[in-house]
Design a protein around this ligand. Sequence first.
Ligand code: SF4
Length: 430
Amino acid sequence: MKFCIENFGCQMNEHDAEKMSSLLTRSGMERINEAKDADIVIVNTCCVREKAEQKFYSLMGRLRSLKRRKGVILGVTGCIAQSEKEGIGERLPYIDFSLGPSSIHRITEAVEHAVRKTRFFDFSDNGCTASLVVEPGNPCKRIKAFVTIMKGCNNFCSYCIVPYVRGREVSRDSRDVLREIEDVAEKGAKEVTLLGQNVNSYNKGRDDLPFPDLLKAINRIGGIERIRFVTSHPKDLSPGLIDCFGSLDKLCESIHLPFQAGSDKILSLMNRGYSAEEYLRKIRLLRERCPDIAITADCIVGFPGEGEEDFERTMDLVSEVRFDGMFSFVYSPRKNTAASGLPGAVPREVALERLIRLQAAQKSITLEHNRSMEGRVVQVLVEDRSRNSEDEVMGRTRTNKIVNFRGSPDMVGSLVEVRITKGYANSLRG
Ligand code: SF4
């Protein structure tokens, strides 16, 4: 049987899709890209942003007619499944199965039920880490491996649905994590990215390796050349973790550290647990420890109660930090979150105008950063052929910037020194 996974959302979701793909492939099924040619279509959902949810429901409308015409098996997994639970089977009566993010390790079972024409639903969240584990012996041909080390979140930022749909924080045993990384290293992975909704609170309150010690242990694994992690919470960026930058040779000089807003009033309404000054202090410490570190972030504009002055504080923070890159969004209320009941909604046109100003400011900062690299020689891990030219390959610097340069496909997987000749808004040429 052929299956296709339509994936929405973040890196965690991509990893969940890979995990399901690996389990189905191991049971003899073949993954393809086009839903129209598949026997099974799995829609792996994300409900963090309203837009992704709207896109999901319109996709389901199209898949419904595919099911009518071809009788495909249709399943829904991920965050929307978890937030709707059994309601999703009523809302979409034509789906065959649905699994929450903690139950995706049961994907093969779900498909088997669908083949026998019985519907299958599992939204349990019992703190089990089975869904995070990559199957032993999973064929990893990738030079970049993604390893989930924890799931869930205890922070309850007032705008965020993650703690409700992904549950509370659960960390994997460090011995299992290290074994998995040794396994992918043996199979050729050179770079490992540790994943978690709140990755730097790994093992908080548990009698197991704290996050900085986990990084030190991974740094000793032969074959692994680069270590990254995502996503970090500023309040959990400990002095021990800051010290790892610049002292662990394999830890890349790059961190994604969402700040969300520059106004203390808004940060408090968001329940972020830090002030703008505390965030800035950690940035200064990171740069003292590791001057070349590239810092990227997320930011929300138009949060309820955000006045022009609050937004100016966000602009101030952006010009002080000078991020290498930033993902910015207009606030969209998610049902059942604390922020959805807050007064002071910002009119959409005002929020959009702020977003445009913010993105324009960040774009020129990113361009300046990228241009400042012209003439420098940097290490690049070659990941793939270039999308634009047959004679070129693409890779990433340790600071996570994309570089396109002349090269042949046999360079994929190697670490090479590249002189940067041109910096653009989104990439570098070497
Ligand atoms: S830290 Fe906040 S924004 Fe991030 S997943 Fe947890 S609740 Fe959501």
